[in-house]
Design a protein around this ligand. Sequence first.
Ligand code: SF4
Length: 167
Amino acid sequence: MHEMHITGVKIAYYYICHTKLWLFSHDITMERENENVELGRFLHESSYSGHKEVNIGDISIDFVRHGEKIEVHEIKKSRSMEMAHIMQVVYYLYYLKRRGIEAKGIIDYPKMRKRKEIELTEEYEKETEKAMQEIERINSGPMPKPRRKKICEKCAYYEFCFGGDEE
Ligand code: SF4
């Protein structure tokens, strides 16, 4: 399993949009980041100032705190893409487990003052392996055709995907 080229963001994009995953994986980034990215950055800085991002190999985690168990935290602004966020954190737990580190995950929603705890179950491990195989398959093929959905208007790739389309 070549998980070395897979990051938490790619896992999340796999659940959000395969075109987005493919573009991001091929280093195609938009010059002007959209407001959501800016808001995410603001939330990170204002709610959690003092905590640093931690890099372990290919993965980058918002912060890690030592309680009874190591906690992997991911900060999100809303629950609108919860499945993608859960699987992003699950991937971090999976990645760490394979390096001998037992951890639990927490998704923090500071705007809603909520948090969700995530443990790495057997089902999550199987789902992660399936996602990793699918990511490799998608990224080694041609760009998946963009399909318009609710989240497209807030996506940084919107103009790339639909810029020439007539409404
Ligand atoms: S605009 Fe829509 S189809 Fe295009 S990458 Fe973003 S989410 Fe995917």
